[in-house]
Design a protein around this ligand. Sequence first.
Ligand code: PBG
Length: 329
Amino acid sequence: MITGKYPSLRLRRSRKNDWSRRLIEENNLTPNDFILPIFLIEGKNKRQEIKSMPGVYRYSLDKLPLIVDKALKKGLPMVALFPYTERKKKNLLGTESLNEDNLVCKALQIIKKRYKNKIGVMCDVALDPYTSHGHDGLLNSGYVLNDETIEVLINQSLLQAQMGCDVLAPSDMMDGRIGKIRKSLDKNGYQMTQILSYAVKYASNFYGPFRDAVGSKGLLKSDKRNYQMDFKNSNEALREVALDVKEGADMVMVKPGLPYLDIIKLVKENFNIPVIAYQVSGEYSLLSNGINKGLVNNNIILESLIAFKRAGANAIVSYYADRLDKIIG
Ligand code: PBG
């Protein structure tokens, strides 16, 4: 309990000087707290700016070391790979997800060969970069099929594990997929491949720029509310996490980030497990555009990122992770 009373107690006393403010600091960020997403694109010699995400680029495979070298040098523990898939490679079933020569598979091999285990690599498990309708799974009259989708996700997981993926991150929100993926990984000799479940993923309006980044924006005709969570709910988040932990998830993700700090805190307080927050594309774009327009200053980034730590996140997926020098000092 907090005791004390004005005027003998003055909280401003400890705020007066910089040294004293530093002394009582409760939260801080280091590079270890970050995961850097990397967008991949076909072709050669490409570092292509994503218009809706100023400062974020898509890299062709020959340019990939540019950004991974940087991540490694800055001390980031992990990068996350996301492919921009060409229209002609997308179809109703998202079969490109199972092509062992797809962008993610090639990138995994390049990274693992060049960096060995010096940096972790995480890959999404979901079909949305590969389907012509932009949904995360197989579609039947507008409904994303659960069990049928899981069968494809199992194969996508095995393929990515085989290519060297360290952390599989199912971001699809199908019921029961963590258990089934874990079981098939174990059966096939991938007992040490980790699973970071996007356990709490809301059907959010903050994903817009990401869909542009992976080339699924114009394709998605409806929303994802029949599988992603309703943003009016929080108890349901605990049920999602409980199931995924029981099914074998090593870590769980809460996504989006800043508007869902209450959920991060709730999950952290109810389960003693690593919780990762995702500062998603819409959050990034809003902050960056606000800064670029001079509406707010650059320190808004640090303030937003510290909020995740305060809420209890162990790490943050952030598009700012390659530019931390200027942000966390
Ligand atoms: C796809 C996926 C999405 C994001 C990460 N994985 C988008 C979606 O579900 O539509 C969003 C990331 C971001 O907005 O930065 N399963």
